[in-house]
Design a protein around this ligand. Structure first.
Ligand code: ZN
Length: 387
C-alpha cells in the first residue's frame, strides 16, 4: 500500500488537506490523518505539494504517425518515460494520416504494451479517411468487443489531406459510433481532425442541425490551430459543443496565427464558454507538417506529450487561469466526455492515478499510475522495455 500524507488536494475541485491511502491500484481512503504502521505501506510526505489527478492525453499517435513527406518522415512511437515526464497516466491512441502502413492491430498491440509497462491506454478505432479502418468489420463491433476502443477517429475534415468525406458519410459514421457507444456503455465519441480549410466546422454544424445526433458525440480537435477556426470554435462551444486544443506546436504555426493553448483557454472562458466543454490534447508523436499556402511541405517535426501539462502551466502562470480550472482540461473534462469513469478525478474507488505538483513553479514532482510510483522527486523510476 501507499500512503500520501498531508496532501493539499485538487480533485480537481479544491478538496482541502487530507491523506490518501492507495492499494490494489485504487484509492482506498481519503480522509484526515490516516494512520497505518509503516511496515504495511510506503509513505510519501506531500507537505508543500499539491496533489492532483493523473493527466489524460486523449489524442496521441502512440505508435507514430506522419509520413506526409515520404517514408523517412514517418514519426517514431511513444516511449513510457515521455508519458511519465509529462505526468500522463492515461493515453488515448489513434492512427493518423497514414492508415495503410499503420494499422489498427498494430495500434492495439502498442496500447497493450504501454498498459503492461504501467499506464492506462484506450483507442479510437478509425483513421483520417472515411470509410474508417477498423479491427472488426464495423465501428459498432470494435466498441462492443475490444475493451480499449472508446470511439472513432481521428477523422479529418476541412483539410487537403482528408478523404473529403461527404455530409452523408460523416453523419453515418457518427451514427454508427453513437450506436456502438450505447450498446457497449462507452462514449462512442467521434474525434475529428480540423484542418485549415475555409469550411471549418460547417459539416459538423450541419450534422447537428439536420440529424438527431447530439453535439456530445463529437470532440473536434486542433480548434486553436488558426484564428478563424478558433473564433468558430468559441461559437460552437457556446452552442453546446466540446472543443479540443492541441498543445504540440512549432513556431511556423504560431507565426501563422495559431492561438497558444493557454491563451485559447483564457479567451474561451472570457467569452463565456462552459469550462467543462474544453479539453487539451498533445497530438503526441504525430507529425507537425508545415505546408505553404499551396499545400507544399516546407518542414516537418514531431509532437510531444510533455507539451500537455506545459500548456496548462502556461494557462495558470501566464494567463492567470485558476489551477483548478486549468487542470480540468486534462483530467475531469476528458474523463467525463470520454466516459472514462475510473479516471480524471481523485475519489475513493477510482484508479490511483495521481500527480504531485510543486505549487510554486508547477513542476511535476511525483507520478503514480494505477497505484505504482513511476516518478518520484522528479526522477523517473520506470522506463519502457527498450529505453
Ligand atoms: Zn490531427
Amino acid at each position: 500500500m501507499l500512503l500520501i500524507k498531508n496532501a493539499e488536494v485538487l480533485t480537481p475541485t479544491p478538496g482541502g488537506r487530507c491523506d490518501i491511502l492507495i492499494g490494489g491500484g485504487q484509492i482506498l481512503r481519503m480522509e484526515a490523518d490516516i494512520r497505518i504502521p509503516r511496515k504495511y505501506c510506503e509513505v510519501i510526505d506531500a507537505r508543500n505539494l499539491v496533489v492532483v489527478p493523473g493527466f489524460i492525453d486523449a489524442h496521441v499517435h502512440m505508435m507514430g504517425g506522419g509520413g506526409e513527406g515520404g517514408f523517412a518522415t514517418r514519426t517514431p512511437d511513444l516511449q513510457l518515460t515521455d508519458a511519465i515526464r509529462g505526468g500522463i497516466t492515461t493515453v488515448v491512441g489513434c492512427l493518423g494520416t497514414d492508415g495503410y502502413t499503420r494499422s489498427m492491430p498494430a495500434l492495439l498491440a502498442k496500447a497493450k504494451g504501454l498498459e503492461e509497462e504501467g499506464i492506462s491506454t484506450y483507442l479510437y478505432s478509425g483513421s483520417y479517411g472515411v470509410p474508417v479502418r477498423t479491427l472488426f468489420s464495423t465501428i459498432e463491433e470494435d466498441l462492443l468487443f475490444i475493451d480499449k476502443v472508446i470511439g472513432t477517429g481521428e477523422v479529418a475534415i476541412s483539410d487537403h489531406r482528408s478523404s473529403q468525406p461527404t455530409f452523408e458519410a460523416l453523419a453515418q459514421l457518427a451514427g454508427t459510433a453513437r450506436r456502438g457507444g450505447m450498446l457497449s456503455g462507452k462514449a462512442g465519441i467521434v474525434n475529428l481532425h480540423l484542418g485549415d480549410g475555409i469550411r471549418g466546422l460547417e459539416i459538423l454544424r450541419r450534422i447537428l442541425k439536420e440529424t438527431e445526433i447530439p453535439a456530445s458525440q463529437f470532440l473536434p480537435t486542433h480548434i486553436n490551430r488558426n484564428p478563424h477556426l478558433f473564433e468558430e470554435g468559441i461559437a460552437y462551444a457556446k452552442s453546446g459543443g466540446f472543443v479540443d486544443f492541441t498543445t504540440s506546436t512549432v513556431q511556423a504555426y504560431l507565426d501563422d496565427g495559431e492561438v497558444p493553448c493557454g491563451v485559447a483557454l483564457r479567451r474561451m472562458l472570457e467569452a463565456g464558454v462552459d469550462p467543462g466543454h474544453i479539453t487539451f490534447t498533445s497530438d503526441g508523436q504525430g507529425s507537425l507538417p508545415d505546408f505553404d499556402d499551396r499545400g507544399r511541405l516546407r518542414g516537418i517535426s514531431v509532437g510531444r506529450v510533455t507539451t500537455l501539462f506545459a500548456a496548462v502551466r502556461d494557462a495558470v502562470l501566464q494567463e492567470k487561469v485558476p489551477l483548478e480550472t486549468a487542470l480540468r482540461v486534462i483530467t475531469s473534462n476528458p474523463a467525463h466526455i470520454l466516459k472514462l469513469r475510473s479516471k480524471g478525478n481523485l475519489a475513493v474507488g477510482l484508479d490511483a492515478d495521481v500527480v504531485l505538483l510543486d505549487p510554486k513553479n508547477l513542476e511535476i514532482h511525483t507520478v503514480i499510475a494505477k497505484g505504482r510510483t513511476l516518478m518520484k522527486a522528479r526522477k523517473p523510476l520506470a522506463k519502457g522495455i527498450f529505453e
